[in-house]
Design a protein around this ligand. Structure first.
Ligand code: ATP
Length: 233
C-alpha cells in the first residue's frame, strides 16, 4: 500500500447559496521516501490538499490514508497528535517566532516531541551551525527558511509538507532551498511533498501531481529526476 493515498476526497465551502468545491474528488498516491510535487495554478486547490494532508483541515468525503491510517476519521485530539508527531510543515513565509533565536525556534518544536533530534545537529545539517544564536531578523530570507526546515525536520516527521517554500525567495536562494529539500529526501529517506505554482520545479520530483479546477489533472512519474542545478525558471 502507498504511504499516502487520497481516495475520492471532497472539500466544500458554502458561501450563501453557492457551494465551492475546493477539492472535487481528489485521488492520488505517494510512495514512502518520494519527492513529490503538487503543481497547479492559483486557486487550483493545492493548499486545500496540503492542509487536509497535514491535519490542519478536514475533508467532507473520502479517505486520506497516511502510513495505513485514515486520518479523515480522526477526531480533534487524534489530529493534534498527528500534526505534532507525524508532520513537519514548511511555510512560504517561514513562520518563525521573532523573539527567539534560530536554536530556540527549533527547540520549541523538539520540546513537544518524543523522538526529536538535537536542535544543534539539525541546524548544522541545514548549514546554519554559525548562526544558531541569531534572531530571525538577523538572518536572510534563505537562512530563515533553513531554520524553518530545521524546525520541521527536528521532529523526525513521517511527512515533510512544504507550501511554496521558495515563493518568498530570490532565484538562487530558492534553488538552494530546493537542493536542501531534495538532499533531505535522498539522504535521509524523508517523504517530501512540495506544493508550488512553478511547474519548472517538476523535473526534480519523483512524482508530479498536477491539480486543475480542484481535481487531479494528471500524475507523472519521473524515472530519472534531475538535479536542482539543471533546472531553470
Ligand atoms: N475558506 C474558504 N472558503 C471559501 N472558499 C475557499 C476557502 N479556501 C479555499 N477556497 C477556494 O477553494 C479553491 C481552492 O483554493 P486553494 O487555496 O486550495 O488553491 P491553491 O491552488 O492553493 O491557490 P494559491 O496558489 O493561490 O494558494 C479556490 O477556489 C478558493 O477560492
Amino acid at each position: 500500500m502507498s504511504f499516502v493515498k487520497f481516495e475520492n476526497v471532497y472539500k466544500r465551502y458554502k458561501m450563501g447559496e453557492i457551494t465551492i468545491n475546493a477539492a472535487d474528488g481528489v485521488s492520488f498516491e505517494i510512495e514512502k521516501g518520494e519527492f513529490a510535487v503538487i503543481v497547479g495554478a492559483s486557486g487550483a486547490g493545492k493548499t486545500t490538499i496540503l492542509n487536509m494532508l497535514g491535519g490542519m483541515d478536514t475533508c467532507d468525503e473520502g479517505k486520506i490514508l497516511v502510513d495505513g491510517k485514515d486520518i479523515a476519521t480522526f477526531n480533534k485530539k487524534q489530529l493534534t497528535t498527528y500534526r505534532r508527531y507525524d508532520i513537519g510543515f514548511v511555510f512560504q513565509f517561514y513562520n518563525l517566532v521573532n523573539n527567539l533565536t534560530a536554536k530556540e525556534n527549533v527547540e520549541l518544536a523538539t520540546q513537544i516531541c518524543a523522538h526529536a533530534s538535537k536542535p544543534e545537529e539539525v541546524l548544522k545539517k541545514v548549514g546554519l551551525e554559525d548562526r544558531m544564536n541569531n534572531f530571525p531578523s538577523q538572518l536572510s530570507g534563505g537562512e530563515q527558511q533553513r531554520v524553518s526546515i530545521a524546525r520541521a525536520l527536528a521532529k523526525n516527521p513521517k511527512l515533510l509538507l512544504c507550501d511554496e517554500p521558495t515563493g518568498a525567495l530570490d532565484y538562487n536562494t530558492g534553488k538552494n532551498i530546493l537542493r536542501l529539500l531534495q538532499d533531505t529526501c535522498r539522504n535521509d529517506g524523508v517523504t517530501v511533498i512540495v506544493i508550488t505554482h512553478n511547474s519548472a520545479i517538476a523535473p526534480m520530483a519523483d512524482r508530479v501531481i498536477t491539480v486543475k479546477n480542484s481535481k487531479v489533472d494528471k500524475v507523472e512519474i519521473n524515472k530519472d529526476p534531475v538535479d536542482v542545478s539543471t533546472i531553470e525558471w
